[in-house]
Design a protein around this ligand. Structure first.
Ligand code: CA
Length: 273
């Protein structure tokens, strides 16, 4: 099965194409609010001109159609899969700048898909969509390898902005292996090593670890870390905490000593004796 970017339709896992003429796709009630928001400005015009190749894995066709139409109108190329099994297959075979992944999918859950993708060694940025606005779901999503998430309903402009940020981050990782006390980190491979154990990280976790290592033993404030990760100061601290929590599960919890320390109400630091 192969996606034709110019076609206007959806494939399911069997390869069937659901053609949607412009008039046939109705606006999703849950996404109808996006039209009124035009406030978001991309960080710079150069970034805004970059066309991304995006894999959209979403089983609700009206939502998928809205996302697809919006992103293609913005100059991106979008492939779509309407169930988890088809989505994983395309994610593994294709080359994408980012994946927009619905959490609740038929045939293969979004979290399982993400886990299998990471287990196969794919580092493509994943932005997860979830209708379940609970902390546990988000924590699980990050631990399973998602780089960012949005809770439905969301603004399409914000979705695009976050996809651009995720993509930019993949372009800017420097290539020097860092070593600090018992931990080392290779930014290119996004692999940390501790006591001989190799730990594969998501891009977000890698960015956090690298930043804390470069600043160690200084405390990095929540605000600085948020701006470093997402290029904007306004993101909520809870999102950052979720990522750091998941990172700690990987690089600290299996070991006797915790390297990533919380400085209550201020930020984090990595302290290696
Ligand atoms: Ca769904």
């Amino acid at each position: 099965m192969h996606f034709e970017p110019a076609s206007r339709g959806f494939f399911d896992s069997t390869g069937a194409l659901f053609v949607s003429s412009e008039g046939a796709v109705r606006a999703s009630p849950t996404l109808a609010t996006h039209a009124k928001s035009a406030e978001y400005q991309p960080p710079n015009s150069e970034a805004a001109s970059v066309s991304l190749k995006i894999l959209l894995i979403e089983d609700q066709h009206d939502i998928a159609a809205n996302i697809w139409d919006f992103l293609e109108r913005r100059g991106h190329v979008v492939d779509h899969a309407s169930d988890g099994a088809a989505g994983l297959m395309h994610a593994l075979r294709g080359r994408f700048d980012a994946i927009v992944l619905d959490l609740g999918l038929p045939r293969l859950d979004g979290l399982d898909l993400c886990r299998q993708l990471r287990a196969a060694g794919h580092g493509v940025p994943v932005l997860m969509l979830t209708a379940r606005d609970t902390l546990e779901d988000k924590l699980r999503g990050f631990a399973d390898g998602a780089d960012d998430y949005m809770v439905k309903p969301f603004e399409l402009k914000e979705l695009e902005a976050r996809l651009r940020v995720l993509h930019r981050r993949t372009q800017s990782l420097p290539g020097t292996t860092l070593a600090l006390g018992p931990i080392s980190f290779d930014p290119d491979a996004m692999i940390a090593k501790r006591e001989g154990v190799a730990i594969t990280l998501t891009r977000t976790h890698a960015r956090i670890l690298e930043f804390l290592m470069r600043r160690s033993p200084a405390v990095v404030s929540h605000e600085v870390l948020i701006e470093h990760l997402w290029g904007e100061p306004g993101r909520d601290v809870a999102t950052l905490h979720n990522h750091v929590y998941a990172l700690r599960q990987l690089v600290d919890k299996p070991f006797a000593l915790s390297l990533i320390q919380s400085v209550h109400g201020i930020g984090y630091r990595l302290y290696a004796p």
